[in-house]
Ligand binder design. Structure first.
Ligand code: FAD
Length: 396
């Protein structure tokens, strides 16, 4: 069986014995959330196993996003999203600096392209300040022209704390920390079923070769991304009754098509991230830059019934026109499909704000099962703070 754990001995199996859990904590999912949680529990002295159904880490939602370190200004004050984003961002910059994970504090502009949108900027400024986001400043058209001459807007908000990060590098650093503290990563291991025992949980784990093993653990942390609601349901949590069903919402990305004209346009692009005012299910089709300086446009937001990552090339002109409203240089450009990601949203189509669900499910019939549901954006930014939050259910 292709598994990191096989090099360290198999996942512990066998009949459950009272008081002899195989591991104190099992984290299901090796995305950024699961890895951050594993590192936090391992650092707290717990024996931890991370079970991941794929044959590598960070192959889920974590591998398909904008890699933006969000400042924390979009979310209602006091919500988990607001608190964990702001705390997580501060911790993330420190973490990346200390561990040499690729990142850059580029700053971001949120732009109004019509006077009617300026109220939204004012609301974002007020919310951001209430959320304790540092350095936010409204800027007028002449300051904007000096800052980013290629951006057209009637007004803008500058967020200097926004940045970008190498998501995969971050996950590798979290894994390194977790393993250094004794945690075990088991790849090609899917948690199929789970049942409560007198001392915690017995997991039924299927390996890549189709065989199954039992694993006894004290606490289960559900960090299963797009499948987190299904896992919670298998743990006996009434997901639908609680409103915890996740609604997959796809976002496509486009890049400038190759060629000399695109190279010319790319040279004149802003050096900061540029976002329009937020839209219903997402943040609007924005310009982000990766660590290599490559520009990408997106994501949009489209609820889907099935998980699939094909980018619809027919959207290219719509993306270009949306971006050209604030970046006129793009008007003549040709865009080509890049990649797509899928958000595990708790809000269904047309519904309002929904917060992250990070809860121990004792009150819902599943004691010792911690559900992390609806971990869409800003989950990458919030990961380190979310992991500390989950530690509240650590019971030595
Ligand atoms: C389009 C898009 C753009 C985004 N942009 C940003 C951004 O710019 N900034 C930001 O902060 N956030 C952003 N996010 C959000 C961020 O990417 C996520 O919040 C974060 O990656 C979620 O990580 P995760 O570990 O919860 O999920 P995942 O990375 O999906 O990890 C879950 C893992 O669980 C595994 N798994 C599932 N079921 C089982 C099982 N039964 N047994 C074993 N393993 C299992 C999966 O294989 C997967 O590897 C974006 C998201 C999307 C979709």
């Amino acid at each position: 069986m292709a598994s990191r754990s096989s090099a360290r001995g198999p996942v512990r199996a066998g009949a459950p014995r009272e008081g002899d859990a195989g591991f104190e904590v099992a984290v299901v999912g090796a995305g950024v959330i699961g890895l951050a949680i594993a590192a936090a529990f391992a650092r707290a002295g717990r024996s931890v196993i991370v079970l991941e159904q794929a044959s590598g880490i960070a192959r889920g939602v974590t591998s398909r996003n904008s890699e933006v370190i969000h400042a924390g200004l979009y979310y209602p004050t006091g919500s988990l999203k607001a608190r964990l984003c702001v705390e997580g961002r501060r911790a993330l910059y420190d973490w990346c600096g200390a561990r040499r994970v690729g990142h850059r504090r580029l700053g971001k502009l949120i732009v109004a392209t019509r006077p009617e949108e300026e109220d939204v900027l004012a609301d974002l400024l007020a919310k951001g300040r209430a959320n304790d986001v540092e350095g936010l400043a409204p800027i007028g058209t002449s300051a904007l022209r000096a800052l980013e001459p290629g951006v057209r807007a009637t007004a803008a908000l500058h967020s200097p704390e926004t940045g970008i990060v190498d998501a995969h590098g971050l996950c590798l650093s979290l894994l390194a920390e977790a393993e250094a503290q004794g945690a075990v990563l088991a790849l090609d291991r899917r948690v199929e079923a789970l049942a409560t025992t007198s001392f915690g949980w017995r997991l039924d784990v299927r390996g890549g070769d189709g065989g199954s093993e039992g694993l006894d653990v004290g606490l289960v942390v559900d960090a299963a991304g797009l499948e987190a609601d299904g896992l919670a349901e298998r743990a006996g949590v009434a997901v639908d009754a609680l409103g915890w069903r996740q609604h997959p919402c796809k976002g496509d990305y486009f890049v400038l098509e190759g060629g000399p004209e695109s190279t010319r346009i790319a040279r004149g692009l802003p050096s900061r991230l540029v976002y329009p005012v937020p839209q219903q299910a997402g943040l609007g089709i924005h310009l982000t830059l990766d660590l290599a300086g490559r520009a990408r446009f997106g994501p949009d937001a489209e609820y889907v019934d099935e998980i699939g990552f094909e980018v619809d090339g027919a959207k290219a002109d719509r993306f270009r026109d949306a971006v050209a409203r604030y970046l006129p240089a793009i008007a003549g450009a040709r865009l080509s499909p890049d990649y797509a990601g899928i958000r595990p949203k708790l809000a269904g189509p047309g519904e309002g704000f929904r917060d992250f669900v990070v809860e121990e499910c004792g009150a819902y019939g599943a004691p010792g099962f911690v559900a992390c549901l609806g971990i869409e954006s800003p989950g990458l930014t919030a990961a380190l703070a979310l992991a500390e939050y989950v530690l509240r259910w650590d019971s030595p």
